[in-house]
Design a protein around this ligand. Structure first.
Ligand code: ADP
Ligand code: ZN
Ligand code: ZN
Length: 738
């Protein structure tokens, strides 16, 4: 058999490529790596990318099928993005086809052309005027000509329809030779505008120093911009972007959550008149593809997006920013378990552009990279403008009664702040009405039938909800164990706190901000409007509240329960807790008014809390890093976590036992140094959604040794007979051990 063999990356969990012959009638000269092809796969057709072109195949001739069609004339991804995807697949030990399918917009995965959609514009032809005899008795056509005469560059159909003019009217004019259609990209700008809509702020000394460092460097650098909340990190981003755009380049900005987008987007749009596109989960597939193409073709100047936006191709990359770099949402927790923050740094290296990682509470990983000289540290230690740092206070709630999660002294404080006309933020990290339903007579607790977890009580509508597997059931009427009817919700979640505060402060607006209340479109924006109206109000919310928001009128921040992080089983517990408290606290006193932060705790003497309130996040970070070094935990050691789950209790562990044996053999055979294999052990939550879960932890002093081991181990596991009986996955640099 002659002719080229295409090695195609398909969205399959298998870590391999699939061989096909070239589509009929397509010659070698038309084939390039990175083009999409449609191929038969089992009984279906699939779209994949050509990953390699070869002149032979291991597959016997008679089983080698031709691809059905070549979908692109040129590679769908620019070379740098192709290389980023290949690196991602290798680093996270994931199939290239599946990695590419994460990187590509849905429509491209389905075979849609990778071309910009053209806006159709209507434009008058010379010789057309409202009194033209051909339209003398057609008032609608006359009106259309009048409207178009005002718009010499043409009008899109969407705009024309605002005058009540139909497509038919315009088609008739077209047939009379009075108007024409022209095609134009939706991001096209008729005349170049000045870059800035508003002047930038005058940077303060610390911002200036940070900007000088960033703007005077050339090529790839990673900056860790550690700036206390309200220190003006965003202003540093904006001015760095300004320079990037002036140089004719594009800027890519990653933000952690969709909740942040309206505010961030506003600030960018207020500052720049250059086209900004935003990639977030609220876009439909077509909008996403349009934005992606606008970025790839260089028409979008600023691209803002959440985690997966790191895979947006850029025609002229100039700068990558990762805001709130410590945020967990940058790590994908299933499928391709990549960390967009880490990919951003690799991409900066690949494209030779600077990367700014910004946070008030940098991850220990990034701080360690600073110590190692890989990242450069830029610090903003004071708040910008006239804002002062808030004051911290721990409130010992041992043996104090709580109402809706609030102790009496705290409720009094809330009342004082409201009386002064200020806003109050109450932070509670639990959704629902109460975290548990308990029988007051025998101590029975409502548990999920499918998970090792308690059911959360919700009130509107009343039901029990498992936040791990999403199963729901009605509230029990009586205790299944002792038949008592005295069942009580125990503890407080956002709904209960909201209910209490509404009762206690009947004349004040109480806004709840959590996943349930924000599921409605526009809900966040409506809340922002109330918050910025500056009337006294109470915000009750989960960590959704903590992220990046600017609430200028909040003067009191209350953290209802800080104790969870103090005795967490996860070694990252203290780091997370310190980040969360610092971020929530950072919402207080961001404008002229000073802020106060109250932390309710049962452990007011805990050294971590004392250190955090007295010396702040950097002190905690330093202390935790020292402890990690002693305990030989990340970032001082590298981890990969092999997880397995199965319907039968033993299957997951048997599979991991087999994996352990394989791994031990590989370590011995290749003399891999300094590797620990820990487990298999049941996962911290052993049963979830009806499945039994276990894990095997692989740790190493050298990243390369760990990598080599996993790389050899996975193909062996794919072949293992037990592999078909369990669901298993590998997580490189896991952030969540559960
Ligand atoms: P961060 O992102 O570090 O939390 P922001 O960039 O949101 O901080 O800035 C906080 C507030 O300070 C914003 O209202 C911003 O407009 C203001 N600000 C930032 N830089 C300056 C400056 N140089 N002069 C005056 N106000 C500033
Ligand atoms: Zn009971
Ligand atoms: Zn459950």
């Amino acid at each position: 058999m002659t002719g080229p063999i295409l090695q195609v990356a398909l969205p399959s969990p298998l870590r391999r490529l699939f061989d096909y012959r070239a589509p009929r009638g397509v010659g070698a000269a038309d084939l390039h790596i990175g083009q999409r092809v449609r191929v038969p796969f089992g009984k279906r057709a699939m779209v994949g990318l050509i990953a390699a072109i070869s002149d032979h195949s291991e597959v016997p001739d008679n089983r080698l099928k031709p691809a059905e069609a070549l979908l692109d004339a040129t590679p769908v991804l620019p070379d740098s993005l192709w290389r980023l995807c290949q690196w991602t697949a290798r680093y996270y030990q994931h199939g290239l086809g599946d990695t590419l399918s994460v990187a590509l917009p849905v429509l491209l995965r389905q075979g849609e052309p990778a071309l910009a959609r053209q806006d159709q514009l209507w434009q008058l032809l010379p010789g057309a005027y409202p009194e033209h005899p051909a339209i003398a008795r057609a008032p609608k056509q006359k009106q259309a000509v009048q409207v178009l005469a005002q718009h010499p560059h043409g009008l899109s159909h969407a705009l024309i329809s605002q005058w009540g003019l139909s497509r038919d009217t315009l088609s008739t004019l077209e047939s009379k030779g009075l108007v024409q259609r022209i095609e134009q990209s939706p991001h096209h700008i008729a005349e170049p505008l000045p870059l800035l809509r508003e002047a930038h702020l005058t940077a303060n000394a610390e911002q200036r120093a940070a900007l000088d460092a960033i703007l005077n460097a050339e090529g790839f650098h990673t900056w860790l911009l550690e700036g206390v909340t309200g220190s003006g990190k965003t202003e540093v981003y904006l001015q760095a972007i300004e320079r990037c755009l002036l140089n004719g380049h594009q800027a890519l900005v990653l933000i952690p959550e969709i909740g942040l987008t309206p505010q961030t987007l506003n600030r960018f749009q207020q500052r720049f008149s250059a086209p900004v596109v935003i990639l977030h989960s609220g876009l439909n597939d077509r909008e996403r593809l349009d934005a992606w193409i606008a970025a790839r073709d260089g028409e979008a100047a600023i691209i803002i997006g959440t985690r997966s936006a790191i895979f947006t191709p850029l025609a002229r990359p100039g700068l990558i920013i990762v805001d709130e770099e410590h945020d967990l949402s940058y790590k994908q927790q299933d499928g391709l378990r990549y960390n967009a923050r880490d990919l951003a740094v690799y991409r900066g290296h690949l494209e030779q552009v600077p990367v700014i990682l910004g946070s008030a509470t940098p991850s220990l990983e990034s701080l360690h990279n600073v110590q190692q000289g890989r990242y450069q540290h830029l610090r903003l230690t004071i708040r910008a403008g006239n804002a002062k740092a808030p004051s911290f206070q721990c409130l010992d709630i041992r043996s104090r009664p709580l109402e809706g999660g609030l102790s009496r002294p705290l409720t009094d404080l809330v009342s004082q702040h409201l009386e002064r006309g200020n806003q109050v933020l109450v932070f509670i990290n639990r959704r629902g009405f109460a975290p548990t339903l308990m029988c007051h007579d025998c101590g029975w607790i409502a548990e999920c039938r499918r998970c090792d977890a308690r059911m959360t009580v919700h009130q509107s509508p009343p039901h029990l909800h498992c936040h791990h597997c999403n199963s729901q059931r009605p509230l029990d009427r009586c205790c299944p164990k002792c038949q008592s009817e005295d069942l009580r919700p125990l503890g407080a979640g956002t709904e209960r706190t909201e209910e209490f505060l509404k009762e206690r402060f009947a004349d004040t607006t109480v806004l709840r901000i959590d996943r349930e209340s924000m599921s409605r479109k526009r809900a966040m924006q409506e809340m922002m409007e109330i918050i910025h109206s500056a009337q006294p109000c109470i915000l009750v919310g989960t960590q959704m509240l903590a992220k990046g928001h600017h609430f200028p009128n909040v003067t009191l921040v209350a953290i209802l329960d800080a104790d969870g992080g103090l005795f967490s089983a996860d070694f990252r517990g203290p780091e997370r807790m310190a980040q969360m408290i610092t971020q929530v606290a950072g919402r207080a006193g961001r404008a002229e008014k000073p802020g106060q932060v109250i932390i309710q705790t049962h452990m007011a003497e805990h050294p971590l809390l004392i250190e955090l309130t007295e010396r702040g996040y950097p002190a905690i970070a330093e202390r935790e890093l020292a402890e990690r070094a002693i305990a030989q935990l990340p970032p001082y050691r590298f981890m990969a976590l092999l997880r397995a789950e199965a319907n039968h209790a033993r299957a997951a562990e048997d599979f991991l036992e087999a994996a352990l044996e394989q791994a031990e053999a590989l370590v011995a055979q290749h003399q891999l140094a300094d590797i620990d294999l820990l487990g298999p052990v049941p996962s911290p939550m052993e049963r979830r959604a009806g499945r039994h879960r276990a894990q095997l932890l692989l740790q190493a002093a050298q990243r390369s040794a760990l990598h080599q081991l996993v790389h050899m181990l996975l193909p062996a596991l794919e072949q293992h007979p037990l592999a078909r009986k369990v669901r298993w996955s590998i997580d490189i640099d896991p952030l969540d051990m559960f």
